[in-house]
Design a protein around this ligand. Sequence first.
Ligand code: GLU
Length: 301
Amino acid sequence: MHLPSYRGRFAPSPTGPLHFGSLLAAFGSWLIARQAGGKWLVRIEDLDPPREVRGASGEQLRTLERFGLVSDEPVLRQGERDAHYRQALDRLLASGDAFECHCSRSDLAGSGGVHRACVAGARRADPAIRLRVPDGTRIGFDDRVQGAVTQDVARDVGDFVLRRADGPWAYQLAVVVDDAAQGITEVVRGADLLDSTPRQIFLQRRLGLPTPRHAHLPLVLDADGRKLSKSLAAMPVDGNDPLPALRAAWLALGQQQAWPACDSLPMALDAAVRAFESDRIPRTPPTALAALHNAAAIDAA
Ligand code: GLU
């Protein structure tokens, strides 16, 4: 049997500079890919122009490079892949799995925002396109970090959007098309996206695409237990001094072996790949806080 060789990825949205939570996803996915002797790819998820910050993707890529994390293949940009998303959408429309939807947010308020059938009061000039999720669609998968995960997609999510009424492609469609186009064998990302994975697996099945393995890394919380992205702690990481932040990420990934004591970044990264134990990655972030505080202490020293 021919097993595809490992291909992992890091897929930031260019909404600002790289913060510690993104570094954790980048470094975690890089370590797992390198240890598997595989490739690590970077994809810029620039689907939503109003949320993007000018110059952010260039800055993110430069920061990653300072951390020694460089894509093994040319960086893919979702903003340039319209035709591919269109093709996938056309197939789903032709098979009857996707449909035009005129429902507004307030139309769906009665069902908690979950779409089970069209209840639109009025037709819109620019309808959204949704994927039909039949009753009883339960999707399960075995996550490398989080273990067995199951979701009743019909009940908890409903028919979900593939293209928004105001035009942009939905993340769910683009990510599935691109993971397949890039031959990704394992998706390693933050646990904030755990809830999206059953939708993505369902969409992969509808499109006849392979489902990669998954590893959802623990989220980094701040001292008040809030998600990092919502706190002051979401400060940009310092690409001019990569080792302390890498060491903090190493601890947040639950690693017991000491962070390699090297001053050279390439040597530290090589040693980290050799020492990395992916089965130590915690589901929740007990060490992450300490890691963050250590990093701050190191920065202050
Ligand atoms: N672009 C998403 C983000 O920055 C990540 C998507 C993914 O890894 O699937 O949160």
